[in-house]
Design a protein around this ligand. Structure first.
Ligand code: SF4
Length: 359
């Protein structure tokens, strides 16, 4: 006679659950739903890791909680601190894969740059991550987990104030996990991060931009080319969704939210850095309520691009200012560690390009 063997059901991942989901899960285990709010408050709001110290739980519930959920977080492999305060964390996400998050301090704020995928399929030519093809999309707990682990690494009293999805991967290629993680990070019972302090940056997956609008978070677009020819050359996604479609989606986002879009523009010597490019950039973006972040390229091995000389960078920025574009230049930080917007890679975990701060 054959005996059927059933494997135990895996426990729900705590760091993948929104508060309503957690409440339902707790109720389904025969416990009062309000325990969900309490657990959220302890773990996210107060950073408590010891269930025995959760004093508003009964002794019985304190013992039961660890068995109810899987509290796994991505394991921290390394932490690199820059002399300027920037901190890069490398996380193990299993099967020999890893992703990075970067903490960037600036006056009055502490921003975390989160990864959404291991590798990326968008193939932007100037990007280090793009060289590492998409290997896997991160799950919600792995995105939330980067934030939680980084918070735990901070000195007491310091907290992360802003979130940008500009790390490894294209966030709009992994919408479900990204937007669910935003709901969790936003919960007033948990971390309470304001939606207006969350920015999702895309290379231009036009049909998914309304998800950013619906989530009430800020939109950043990696623009980088002033016409379809140049943009398609350096960002293959432009072939699928050319500039006019992308800009119209941005305008729609602005109409719906009343927000501005942030356009990121990488300065590549001889490709995107001429004075005429600055003028075309002004023309292109002036129909969208926006600010433009210019990012002098940080060279990395095998990119085939070079950083323009300082004189050309300043001239480009000055031309935009003269024309009336709201333009900011990103400060490059953390040259002594290794992480950059669109340049994170864990392919071989070798030396990395410098950090770019977020304005
Ligand atoms: S810039 Fe962003 S979207 Fe483009 S390849 Fe790199 S990670 Fe992917």
């Amino acid at each position: 006679m054959e005996i059927a063997q059933t494997l135990p059901e895996p426990k729900p991942k705590f760091f993948s659950l929104t508060l309503p989901e957690l409440t339902e899960a707790i109720k389904s285990l025969g416990k009062p739903g309000f325990r969900g709010q309490q657990l959220y408050r302890w773990i996210y709001g107060m950073g408590m890791q010891d269930f025995e110290k959760m004093t508003n739980f009964s002794k019985e519930f304190r013992k039961e909680v660890p068995g109810m959920f899987d509290f796994q977080l991505p394991e921290v492999l390394t932490v690199h601190k820059s002399v300027d305060g920037t901190m890069k964390m490398l996380f193990n996400v299993g099967t020999g894969k890893s992703v990075e998050a970067v903490l960037i301090p600036s006056p009055g704020r502490l921003t975390i740059c989160l990864s959404s995928e291991v590798g990326c399929n968008m193939g932007c030519k100037f990007c280090y991550t793009g060289k590492q093809k998409l290997q896997r999309k991160l799950e919600t707990w792995e995105i939330v987990g980067q934030f939680v682990q980084a918070s735990r690494a901070l000195p007491p009293g310091q907290r992360i104030t802003n979130i940008v999805f500009m790390g490894m991967g294209e966030p709009l290629d992994n919408c479900d996990a990204v937007f669910k993680s935003i709901e969790i990070l936003h919960s007033t019972w948990g971390l309470n991060v304001s939606r207006k302090r969350v920015t999702v940056s895309t290379s231009g997956i036009v049909p998914m931009i309304p998800r950013v609008t619906q989530a009430g978070v800020r939109l950043a677009v990696s623009l980088n080319g002033v016409n379809d020819q140049v943009r398609t050359e350096i960002m293959p996604i432009n072939k699928r969704w050319p500039l006019e479609q992308l800009l119209e989606a941005c305008r729609e986002h602005c109409r719906e939210t009343g927000d501005m879009v942030t356009f990121e523009y990488v300065l590549l010597k001889g490709v995107t850095d001429s004075i005429q490019d600055a003028r075309d950039l002004h023309e292109l973006t002036r129909t969208v309520p926006c600010k433009v972040n210019i990012i002098p390229f940080n060279e990395h091995p095998g990119s085939g691009f070079t950083r323009p000389p300082e004189k050309a960078i300043v001239a480009f920025q000055n031309e935009l200012i003269r024309l009336g574009t709201h333009v900011l230049r990103r400060r490059t930080m953390g040259r002594d560690i290794y992480a950059a917007c669109g340049q994170l890679t864990t392919a071989a975990n070798k030396t990395t390009p410098p950090v770019v701060s977020l304005n």
